[in-house]
Design a protein. Structure first.
Length: 206
Protein backbone atom coordinates (compact mmCIF):
# COMPACT_ATOMS: atom_id res chain seq x y z
CA UNK A 1 0.00 0.00 0.00
CA UNK A 2 1.43 3.38 -0.95
CA UNK A 3 1.51 6.63 0.94
CA UNK A 4 -1.65 8.63 1.48
CA UNK A 5 -2.39 11.64 -0.71
CA UNK A 6 -0.98 14.67 1.04
CA UNK A 7 0.92 14.59 4.30
CA UNK A 8 -1.03 14.10 7.51
CA UNK A 9 0.53 15.84 10.53
CA UNK A 10 1.59 13.62 13.43
CA UNK A 11 1.47 14.80 17.03
CA UNK A 12 4.81 15.20 18.85
CA UNK A 13 5.30 13.77 22.33
CA UNK A 14 8.49 14.85 24.11
CA UNK A 15 9.68 12.26 26.62
CA UNK A 16 11.62 13.56 29.60
CA UNK A 17 13.78 11.18 31.63
CA UNK A 18 11.69 8.56 33.38
CA UNK A 19 11.64 5.12 34.96
CA UNK A 20 9.50 2.02 34.41
CA UNK A 21 9.45 -0.39 37.34
CA UNK A 22 8.26 -3.87 38.18
CA UNK A 23 5.91 -4.40 41.11
CA UNK A 24 8.72 -6.16 42.98
CA UNK A 25 11.07 -3.20 42.60
CA UNK A 26 8.28 -0.72 43.38
CA UNK A 27 7.74 -2.40 46.75
CA UNK A 28 11.47 -2.40 47.52
CA UNK A 29 11.62 1.32 46.74
CA UNK A 30 8.38 2.45 48.40
CA UNK A 31 7.37 -0.29 50.78
CA UNK A 32 5.44 -3.55 50.80
CA UNK A 33 2.10 -3.43 49.01
CA UNK A 34 2.73 -0.03 47.44
CA UNK A 35 0.89 0.79 44.21
CA UNK A 36 1.52 3.66 41.79
CA UNK A 37 -0.61 6.77 42.19
CA UNK A 38 -1.64 8.26 38.80
CA UNK A 39 -0.79 11.94 38.42
CA UNK A 40 -1.65 12.63 34.78
CA UNK A 41 -2.44 10.54 31.68
CA UNK A 42 0.11 10.10 28.90
CA UNK A 43 -0.54 10.13 25.17
CA UNK A 44 -0.79 6.35 24.93
CA UNK A 45 -3.99 4.73 26.27
CA UNK A 46 -3.73 3.36 29.81
CA UNK A 47 -0.32 4.90 30.51
CA UNK A 48 0.24 7.61 33.09
CA UNK A 49 2.80 9.70 34.92
CA UNK A 50 2.79 8.65 38.56
CA UNK A 51 3.17 10.86 41.61
CA UNK A 52 6.11 8.73 42.72
CA UNK A 53 9.62 9.91 41.89
CA UNK A 54 13.07 8.42 42.43
CA UNK A 55 16.68 9.49 42.60
CA UNK A 56 19.05 8.04 40.01
CA UNK A 57 22.51 7.57 41.50
CA UNK A 58 25.74 6.50 39.82
CA UNK A 59 29.27 6.42 41.19
CA UNK A 60 29.92 9.86 39.72
CA UNK A 61 26.57 11.66 39.64
CA UNK A 62 22.98 11.89 40.80
CA UNK A 63 19.64 13.05 39.38
CA UNK A 64 16.80 13.52 41.89
CA UNK A 65 13.07 13.72 41.19
CA UNK A 66 12.89 11.31 38.25
CA UNK A 67 9.28 10.35 37.65
CA UNK A 68 7.96 6.82 37.40
CA UNK A 69 5.58 6.05 34.53
CA UNK A 70 2.81 3.54 35.02
CA UNK A 71 1.44 1.01 35.00
CA UNK A 72 4.11 -1.34 36.36
CA UNK A 73 6.06 -3.33 33.79
CA UNK A 74 7.47 -6.83 33.50
CA UNK A 75 10.99 -5.36 33.72
CA UNK A 76 12.53 -2.21 35.17
CA UNK A 77 14.03 0.34 32.79
CA UNK A 78 15.49 3.84 32.95
CA UNK A 79 15.15 6.05 29.85
CA UNK A 80 17.44 9.10 29.73
CA UNK A 81 18.58 11.71 27.27
CA UNK A 82 22.29 11.62 26.45
CA UNK A 83 22.66 14.91 28.34
CA UNK A 84 21.23 13.20 31.43
CA UNK A 85 23.64 10.32 30.90
CA UNK A 86 26.64 12.68 30.88
CA UNK A 87 25.42 14.08 34.20
CA UNK A 88 25.62 10.55 35.61
CA UNK A 89 28.89 9.85 33.75
CA UNK A 90 27.48 6.76 32.03
CA UNK A 91 27.14 5.82 28.35
CA UNK A 92 23.81 4.15 27.60
CA UNK A 93 23.05 2.76 24.13
CA UNK A 94 20.39 4.34 21.95
CA UNK A 95 17.84 1.55 21.75
CA UNK A 96 14.15 0.80 21.47
CA UNK A 97 12.26 0.89 24.75
CA UNK A 98 12.26 -2.57 26.29
CA UNK A 99 15.81 -3.38 25.14
CA UNK A 100 18.68 -4.18 27.45
CA UNK A 101 21.07 -1.36 28.18
CA UNK A 102 23.83 -0.60 30.67
CA UNK A 103 24.04 -0.63 34.44
CA UNK A 104 25.95 1.49 36.88
CA UNK A 105 22.82 3.24 38.16
CA UNK A 106 20.96 2.66 41.41
CA UNK A 107 17.31 3.58 41.91
CA UNK A 108 16.87 5.27 45.28
CA UNK A 109 13.42 5.47 46.87
CA UNK A 110 12.14 6.37 50.33
CA UNK A 111 12.09 2.73 51.48
CA UNK A 112 15.02 1.14 49.67
CA UNK A 113 17.38 0.96 46.73
CA UNK A 114 17.58 -1.13 43.54
CA UNK A 115 20.93 -1.42 41.72
CA UNK A 116 20.57 -1.90 37.96
CA UNK A 117 22.90 -3.97 35.79
CA UNK A 118 21.52 -3.67 32.24
CA UNK A 119 18.45 -1.42 32.33
CA UNK A 120 19.53 2.10 31.29
CA UNK A 121 19.01 3.29 27.71
CA UNK A 122 18.59 6.44 25.66
CA UNK A 123 15.29 5.76 23.89
CA UNK A 124 15.40 5.61 20.11
CA UNK A 125 13.06 8.08 18.41
CA UNK A 126 9.94 6.35 17.17
CA UNK A 127 6.34 6.66 16.01
CA UNK A 128 3.51 4.84 17.75
CA UNK A 129 0.80 3.66 15.34
CA UNK A 130 -2.29 1.51 15.40
CA UNK A 131 -2.64 -1.07 12.60
CA UNK A 132 -5.12 1.32 10.96
CA UNK A 133 -2.56 4.15 11.10
CA UNK A 134 0.11 1.88 9.61
CA UNK A 135 -2.17 0.92 6.73
CA UNK A 136 -2.98 4.60 6.15
CA UNK A 137 0.69 5.59 5.97
CA UNK A 138 1.76 2.48 4.08
CA UNK A 139 4.24 1.25 6.69
CA UNK A 140 4.62 -1.74 9.01
CA UNK A 141 5.89 -2.57 12.48
CA UNK A 142 9.68 -2.20 12.46
CA UNK A 143 9.81 0.01 9.36
CA UNK A 144 12.25 2.93 9.24
CA UNK A 145 10.97 6.27 7.97
CA UNK A 146 11.94 9.93 7.66
CA UNK A 147 10.06 12.61 9.58
CA UNK A 148 10.15 16.37 8.95
CA UNK A 149 9.37 18.95 11.60
CA UNK A 150 6.27 20.90 10.57
CA UNK A 151 6.96 23.52 13.24
CA UNK A 152 10.04 24.70 15.08
CA UNK A 153 13.31 24.57 13.15
CA UNK A 154 13.66 22.97 9.72
CA UNK A 155 14.80 19.57 10.93
CA UNK A 156 14.64 16.18 9.23
CA UNK A 157 14.62 13.15 11.52
CA UNK A 158 15.98 10.12 9.68
CA UNK A 159 15.81 6.42 10.52
CA UNK A 160 12.72 6.78 12.72
CA UNK A 161 11.39 3.47 14.02
CA UNK A 162 7.71 2.63 13.46
CA UNK A 163 6.04 0.69 16.30
CA UNK A 164 2.61 -0.77 15.55
CA UNK A 165 0.21 -2.08 18.19
CA UNK A 166 -3.61 -2.16 18.44
CA UNK A 167 -3.30 -0.28 21.75
CA UNK A 168 -1.27 2.61 20.31
CA UNK A 169 -2.45 6.09 19.36
CA UNK A 170 -0.59 7.98 16.62
CA UNK A 171 2.31 9.83 18.24
CA UNK A 172 5.94 10.73 17.40
CA UNK A 173 8.20 10.32 20.45
CA UNK A 174 11.53 12.09 20.88
CA UNK A 175 13.58 12.91 23.96
CA UNK A 176 14.34 16.36 25.36
CA UNK A 177 17.71 16.63 23.57
CA UNK A 178 16.12 16.04 20.17
CA UNK A 179 13.16 18.29 20.94
CA UNK A 180 15.36 21.19 22.02
CA UNK A 181 17.61 20.85 18.98
CA UNK A 182 14.58 20.92 16.69
CA UNK A 183 12.70 23.65 18.57
CA UNK A 184 9.78 21.27 19.18
CA UNK A 185 7.43 20.87 22.12
CA UNK A 186 4.77 18.31 22.98
CA UNK A 187 1.73 19.04 20.84
CA UNK A 188 3.70 20.31 17.84
CA UNK A 189 3.42 18.48 14.52
CA UNK A 190 5.69 16.53 12.20
CA UNK A 191 5.17 15.06 8.73
CA UNK A 192 6.14 11.52 7.67
CA UNK A 193 7.96 11.73 4.33
CA UNK A 194 9.86 9.43 1.97
CA UNK A 195 9.62 6.23 3.99
CA UNK A 196 12.38 3.79 3.28
CA UNK A 197 12.62 0.07 4.03
CA UNK A 198 8.95 0.03 3.03
CA UNK A 199 7.84 -2.66 0.57
CA UNK A 200 5.88 -1.91 -2.55
CA UNK A 201 2.60 -3.74 -2.99
CA UNK A 202 0.61 -5.18 -0.08
CA UNK A 203 1.53 -4.27 3.49
CA UNK A 204 4.18 -6.69 4.74
CA UNK A 205 4.35 -7.89 8.34
CA UNK A 206 7.51 -8.93 10.13
Amino acid sequence: MGMQKGPRPIHVGVSARHVHVTQEHLEILFGSGHTLTPLSPLSQPGQFAARETLTLRSERGEIPGVRILGPVRSHTQVELSLTDARRLKITPPVKQSGSKGVGGVTLVGPAGEVPLTDSVIAAERHIHMSPENAAEFGVFDGARVNVRAASGRAVLFENVLVRVNPNYDLDFHIDTDEANAAGLRSGDKVILINPFDVPSGPLRRR
